[in-house]
Every structure is written in structure tokens, then in C-alpha cells.
Design a protein around this ligand. Structure first.
Ligand code: NAD
Length: 475
């Protein structure tokens, strides 16, 4: 049995069930069988975790960045030692293929190693001054206690992108993993204790968003809320934590477009469109849920895409609610005139499977064109030329990632300049982030912060400017 029967909170270095004694049941997406039961926490548990974090943080912040980096490296290495086990847990929780889970675990490990390196690299800035004998430089200081709230889709990278930089910067943190993926987060914090992260520096509270996440957002002892999830919840998080002027970093949804020009390598474009739209059952913030194709190659691209869709092995979505929501939105799209070219409905098998789905004839203003489904559904749009394609791409509340397939450097550059997105890709998929590269979006996709890369340090620390004036007569 890879996953423990009971998943507990970790507060101040000790595991504990929810104070209320309540539990959630977690089922396997692939066949709906019971996987484990999970502490169903509430405000009391959150208060205990915040108290533990506040008391542990000052001593942790006293350690040098090199020491904190070494602890982060030790944690990443322990995750590497348990790579297969960690990935097997993710497979159980999410139903994704082992190969995908292994790749995600490796990405989480790499993020840890990258952040650990910052211990010896975290450069500041020195600058000039208008008066003599004055030196001006910046140092990073921790914020205090960070609440880390995340989504289920790539559970270990989601944890790694937040937990590694949060603790490296000298904060104490309280993670609230998704209720759908508690077990991988639980393994991560167990490894953190083994790796020498002091008690109370990394805590985990399990449970439902409104019961365990909301009190964390509302708690005055939380200095930073770093949230990855839907735009609707993110908006509430921003309003609530913003009221007390806490720092808020939001990484939200996407309605990412992949554009195919008439000079594109169509086979490559189809391959990338399939991977971008359907890998992880479309449950990626960066998934290509819109495919914008220039008129001249629309029919050829559509035919090859549909051929590719027939060969896909369907993967489950995370929950029954998710399956029902996706089914309802697709049904409404069809009522409003969209045509189903492939899939269109749930599959007649155990587990929460929705058929890989391709639609066309949806209006750009329709619900299916504007709202994120977080499922294996993509919509084809026809554009007369590149300008019309760019206008379509930008006609969206979101602005996370965007891709273009073209042989023309000029078209690629025009797209990169004009498209409203945080990440642009030329001749590949809409996803593909790496640990050393900042990731995030514009418009409803986030609040402008970037996760991963050295940019993550800006989320989890404040820059302090130091003015040092010396007296020449003391020389
Ligand atoms: P969600 O908003 O339902 O939940 C995200 C997390 O917030 C979960 O841990 C949940 O328990 C918690 N939560 C829910 N309500 C809360 C509340 N009132 N207060 C505090 N916490 C609360 O989102 P989801 O379905 O888990 O994730 C899918 C979304 O995440 C998609 O929109 C996707 O695009 C986005 N996402 C974005 C990125 C990115 O980097 N931009 C990465 C992955 C996922």
C-alpha cells in the first residue's frame, strides 16, 4: 500500500487528526474506489498551525541563506531517493499515467535543487548615491508566515514551486494542498522533517477550501498568501487578504490558444496541439483549450487533429464534480450551436472519464470560448490572417500562455509582441515551464507575480535598501 490509510495534518513537527475529529474520503479517479481518509480541518487547526509557524520562524530566519539552501537541497535529494514512491502516490491520487507522474516528480526535485543553489547565488543590487561616501545596496528579508494554497493538477510541482522558495527565503509556511491530492503533499512534509527542516517551519493543514483554506486566508498571523487555483477563488482570496494588506500572489486559470499559420509544419502543429490540449486530461493551467487556425490550412489541420484524437488514451479527471461540470458546459455549448467533431460526452466506464473532445462553430463570446473547463476539451476557430488570429487570442479574460506555429520569424515576433500572455511559445506547445524560468500570466490569470525562477524569490521576500554612509575623517 503506497498511500497511508489516514492522512494527517503536520503542525509544529507533530502529526495530528483534525481537532473536530472529522475526516474526508478521498477516492481514486480511475475507478472511484476509496484511497484514504483525510483530516478535515477547520479554523482551530489553522490557528494552531499559524501559532507553530510564528514561533518557529525567527530562529529559521537567523540561519544563513547558505544553511537554508543546504536544508532545501537535502529535502530535494530525499525526494529524489523516493522518486518512484512519490510518483506512485500521485498516480493513485490523480489517475494520471506513471510516466507523467515521474516527469512531474523530477520537475519538483529540480525546483528544489535550483532554489538550493540560490543559497550561494542570491544576488542583490548595489547602486550609486547622490552624496559622497554613501553606499546603497539591497538585502532580502523574509516576510514571516506564508500560506501556500494549491491546486491538484500537478501535485508535487505545485508544492515544490511554493514550499522550496518560501522556506528558503526564511519564512515559515503552512501548506493547504488540494483536498484531491493530500497524500503526495503529506509525503513531502514528512521528507522535510527528515531533511532537517525545523519543527514548525513547514506545516500542512488538510481539508476543504472553504473550511481549511478560508481561515488561513483570513488569519491575521499570515503575512503572505500564495495561491494557485481558479480565478473565482483567487478573486476572493485577493479581496480577503488584501483587506488587511497582506501580500497576495495569485496563479490562476488560462484559456490558452495555440495558433496554426498557413506556413506551419502541420504534423508538428498537430502533435503539439494534441499534447497541449489533452495531456493530463486537459487539467493544466497552460492547456490549449483554443486552437486558432488560419483559413488556408483549417480543413487539413482539423482532419489530422481528429485522426490523432482517435489514438489518445483517455485519462480520468479529478472528481465527479469536475466530470459533471465539464459535461454540462459542453452540452450548453452544443445547445448554443457548437459542433462536436470528437468526443463530447463522458465515457461509459468506471472512473471519471470524459472523452477527448474537439468542437468547432463556437462563437468567440460563448461560455465555452471564455471559461476555463480544466478538462480534455478544445475548440477550433478559423481566422483569415495573423492579425485576426491575434485578435481572437486576445479576446479572452485570461492571459496565461499562448503558442504559434509558423516558419516566419516575422510572424513569430509579431505574435510575441502583440499577444496578451505571460508566456509565449513558438513552434511547440502552450506548456513547458522549467524551474529556472519565471511562470505566470496577465489579466485574470494572475496578479503579475511569477513562480519558479529567481522571480519566485520576489514573492517570498522583501527587498530592504541599506544606505551606508562612512566618515572620511575616521580613516
Ligand atoms: P480551486 O480554486 O477550486 O482550488 C484551489 C485550492 O484552493 C484548493 O486547495 C482548494 O481547497 C482551495 N480553496 C477553495 N476555496 C477556497 C477558499 N474559499 N479559501 C481558500 N482556499 C480555497 O482550483 P482547482 O480546481 O483546485 O484548480 C484548478 C485551477 O487552478 C484552474 O483554474 C487552473 O488553471 C489553476 N491553476 C493555475 C496554475 C498557474 O500556475 N497559473 C497552475 C495550476 C492550476
Amino acid at each position: 500500500m503506497v498511500v497511508a490509510e489516514e492522512i494527517l495534518n503536520l503542525i509544529g513537527g507533530s502529526t495530528a487528526p483534525a481537532t473536530s475529529g472529522q475526516w474526508l474520503e478521498k477516492h481514486r479517479p480511475v475507478d472511484e474506489t476509496l484511497l484514504c481518509r483525510v483530516a478535515r480541518s477547520g479554523a482551530e487547526d489553522v490557528a494552531a498551525a499559524v501559532a507553530a509557524a510564528r514561533s518557529a520562524q525567527p530562529a529559521w530566519a537567523e540561519r544563513t541563506p547558505v544553511e537554508r539552501g543546504n536544508v532545501v537541497r537535502e529535502l530535494a535529494l530525499r525526494l529524489r531517493e523516493r522518486r518512484e514512491e512519490a510518483s506512485a502516490i500521485v498516480v493513485e491520487e490523480t489517475g494520471k499515467p506513471l510516466e507523467l507522474a515521474l516527469g512531474e516528480t523530477d520537475a519538483a526535485i529540480e525546483m528544489g535543487l535550483f532554489v538550493a543553489g540560490e543559497g550561494r547565488r542570491s544576488y542583490g543590487r548595489t547602486t550609486t548615491a547622490s552624496t559622497p561616501h554613501r553606499t546603497v545596496f539591497t538585502v532580502r528579508q523574509p516576510l514571516g508566515v506564508a500560506a501556500l494554497i494549491m491546486s491538484f493538477n500537478t501535485p508535487l510541482p505545485n508544492v515544490a514551486w511554493k514550499a522550496f522558495p518560501a522556506i528558503f527565503c526564511g519564512n515559515a509556511a503552512i501548506m493547504k494542498p488540494s483536498e484531491h491530492t493530500p497524500a503526495s503533499a503529506s509525503l513531502f512534509v514528512d521528507l522535510a522533517l527528515e531533511a532537517g527542516v525545523p519543527d514548525g517551519v513547514l506545516n500542512v493543514i488538510h481539508g476543504l477550501g472553504p473550511e481549511a483554506g478560508a481561515p488561513l486566508v483570513e488569519h491575521p498571523g499570515v503575512d503572505l498568501v500564495s495561491f494557485t487555483g481558479s480565478a473565482a477563488t483567487g478573486r476572493w482570496v485577493n479581496e480577503t487578504a488584501g483587506r488587511r494588506l497582506a501580500k497576495v500572489c495569485l496563479e490562476l486559470g488560462g484559456k490558452n490558444a495555440l495558433v496554426v499559420c498557413d506556413d506551419a509544419d502541420l504534423d508538428a502543429a498537430v502533435r503539439w496541439a494534441l499534447a497541449s490540449a489533452f495531456s493530463n486530461a486537459g487539467q493544466r493551467c497552460a492547456s490549449a483549450s483554443r486552437l486558432v487556425v488560419l483559413d488556408a490550412v483549417y480543413d487539413a489541420f482539423r482532419d489530422r487533429l481528429l485522426e490523432g484524437v482517435r489514438d489518445l488514451e483517455p485519462q480520468p479527471v479529478i472528481s465527479r464534480e469536475s466530470l459533471e461540470r465539464i459535461s454540462e458546459v459542453v452540452a450548453r455549448a452544443v445547445e448554443h450551436g457548437a459542433t462536436v467533431l470528437a468526443g463530447g460526452d463522458r465515457l461509459d466506464r468506471r472512473g471519471w472519464h470524459f472523452a477527448p473532445t474537439v468542437l468547432e462553430d463556437a462563437a468567440p463570446t460563448a461560455e465555452i470560448s471564455c471559461s476555463e473547463l480544466f478538462g480534455p476539451v478544445t475548440v477550433l476557430y478559423r481566422a483569415a490572417d495573423l492579425d485576426e488570429a491575434i485578435a481572437l487570442v486576445n479576446d479572452s479574460p485570461y492571459g496565461l500562455t499562448a503558442a504559434i506555429h509558423t516558419a516566419s520569424v516575422h510572424r513569430a515576433m509579431r505574435f510575441a509582441e502583440r499577444v496578451q500572455a505571460g508566456v509565449v511559445v513558438v513552434n511547440a506547445g502552450t506548456h513547458g515551464s522549467e524551474p529556472h524560468v519565471g511562470f505566470g500570466g496577465v489579466k485574470d490569470s494572475g496578479t503579475g507575480w511569477r513562480e519558479a525562477g529567481v522571480e519566485a524569490l520576489d514573492v517570498y521576500s522583501d527587498l530592504k535598501v541599506v544606505n551606508l554612509v562612512t566618515y572620511p575623517n575616521n580613516a
